[in-house]
Ligand binder design. Structure first.
Ligand SMILES: *[C@@H]1O[C@H](CO)[C@@H](O)[C@H](O)[C@H]1NC(C)=O
Ligand SMILES: *[C@@H]1O[C@H](CO)[C@@H](O)[C@H](O)[C@H]1NC(C)=O
Ligand SMILES: *[C@@H]1O[C@H](CO)[C@@H](O)[C@H](O)[C@H]1NC(C)=O
Ligand SMILES: *[C@@H]1O[C@H](CO)[C@@H](O)[C@H](O)[C@H]1NC(C)=O
Ligand SMILES: *[C@@H]1O[C@H](CO)[C@@H](O)[C@H](O)[C@H]1NC(C)=O
Length: 409
């Protein structure tokens, strides 16, 4: 068992003044905002292959699942597309950043034109895990890679060329653990389970690489205690920290596993710190006390934001010592900072069942009436439903992840 990161408590600066300054800087700097891909890494992905769950899925679930129901997709493209959000998800933002179209969902590949199939393939399915989960019929990660291997073996259009200049995104966000706890899994037994999960994940990552993919980016576990499905018990006011030590354990073992894989493969693997970027929005609520994990448990680019935003003196020396800190650009910083002000209560989801018998997307079986409510402006909500970010939430999270991606590309 390891300790959760120590917390530092800071007082937020006067929010309206800061907002004004940020807005001004934003106006000045948006003309020069970074777009596309940094040229220094040399690796230019031409296809994207995606494995994982609802954080990455773009339509692999069966149409009986809520991601295919109104109001999912209302922000973009206006109708449900099988994404667990009101708009785009992590995969879409990554694809756009790479200058690619979001790859087709495996489930609908037969209707894809040869051009559409040229951008790779998405195997991620909402509810999936590294092992089987409580959600029936979801292909676990092993099965998702099996499907990928089959396409390679049959020389399908999506895999027949350019595999070595393709990128894989792997996003598994906690279904293994919710299933473990919903079954007979005990809290005390969980460190053993966590190492089984991460060992299997590492073996799967290696397998994806061995199938010929050039580079692999992997997300870590988000702060699960901040998901609205958990914070509902505090009326969305407070993250529940009970499971933090276990999440930190998963993320720490994962980081070590990636270091080992990188040592064996000439740096083919990159961690996407979804945990750190979620925390940035979920814990830094303006007008309240800002809680930031003791500076240097943050990845270096966030460390930089903290340094700029809040002048957290203790952070500076370690930030400066970290390679990559120089990659903090003023525009990245402004992006992240303006993101904090965007969300009214980042913990409160936009779309909610009218009571706890219903979920976002529920309708009354006899009358057909909506049994959910939607917030007036989804752009001001970080979470869409009780487990998934909005389009805007993912957009802001992705802005924070960009500097680390620039190390690879
Ligand atoms: C994944 O699913 C397949 C098919 O259901 C099953 O045979 C396999 O044991 C599962 N693998 C893991 C690691 O859970
Ligand atoms: C990818 O494979 C092609 C054809 O086998 C080869 O010409 C090219 O050099 C490879 N690229 C990389 C980055 O390994
Ligand atoms: C939980 O444990 C009991 C007794 O050991 C067993 O009968 C049951 O099938 C288990 N349930 C799950 C979901 O694993
Ligand atoms: C946090 O979650 C755990 C496990 O579900 C629960 O036992 C505990 O009461 C929760 N704590 C708070 C403060 O809600
Ligand atoms: C990297 O691999 C070499 C041998 O291949 C080994 O000596 C070294 O300890 C490894 N480093 C890490 C950090 O695993």
């Amino acid at each position: 068992m390891i300790n959760p990161p120590a917390m530092g408590i800071l007082k937020a600066p006067s929010s309206s003044l800061l907002y004004f300054i940020v807005f001004l800087l934003w106006l000045i700097l948006t003309s020069g905002v970074q777009g596309g891909i940094a040229k220094d890494g040399g690796f230019r992905p031409r296809k994207l292959f995606v494995f994982g769950d609802s954080y990455a899925s773009t339509g692999n679930n069966d149409i009986s699942v809520r991601s295919w129901k109104v109001p999912y997709g209302i922000t973009f493209p206006g109708v449900p597309t099988g994404r667990f959000s009101d708009g785009r998800v992590l995969t879409d933002f990554l694809a756009k950043y790479l200058g690619l179209k979001s790859p087709m969902a495996y489930r609908v590949r037969s209707i894809g034109s040869s051009k559409q199939l040229n951008y790779g393939m998405n195997f991620a399915t909402g509810g999936a895990g590294i092992f089987d989960t409580i959600f029936p019929g979801r292909p676990n990660m092993t099965t998702q890679i099996d499907l990928f291997q089959q396409l390679i073996e049959m020389k399908a259009p999506s895999t027949s060329s350019g595999l070595n200049s393709s990128l894989a995104l792997v996003a598994l966000s906690g279904n293994d653990y919710s299933s473990y706890l919903a079954g007979n899994g005990s809290f005390t037994g969980s460190p053993i389970y966590i190492s089984r999960v991460v060992n299997q994940l590492a073996a799967n990552l290696r397998r994806i690489y061995d199938l010929g993919v050039g580079k692999v980016v992997v997300s870590n576990l988000p702060p699960l205690g901040c998901l609205p499905s958990i914070t509902v018990s505090s009326a969305f006011q407070k993250c529940n920290s009970t499971f933090d030590p276990l999440i930190v354990l998963h993320n720490t073992i994962l980081q070590r596993a990636l270091a080992k894989l990188n040592n064996e493969t000439n740096d083919a693997f990159l961690l996407l710190d979804v945990h750190g970027s979620f925390r940035f929005f979920l814990l830094a609520t303006v007008g309240k006390q800002i809680q930031i994990p003791q500076a240097c448990s943050l990845p270096h680019h966030l460390c930089g934001y903290v340094y700029y935003c809040f002048n957290l003196i203790s952070c500076i020396p370690e930030c400066q010592a970290r390679p990559g800190s120089s990659r903090i650009t003023m525009s990245n910083f402004i992006y992240a900072l303006s993101g904090i002000f965007k969300f009214e209560n980042a913990l409160k989801p936009c779309c909610l069942g009218v009571n706890n018998e219903f979920i976002c997307g529920s309708v009354d079986a006899t009358t057909g009436n909506k049994m959910y409510t939607i917030c007036s402006n989804p752009k001001k909500a970080f979470f869409w439903d009780t487990n998934h970010p909005t389009h805007e939430g993912w957009q802001e999270v992705f802005n924070i992840l960009k500097p680390s991606l620039q190390q690879m590309f």
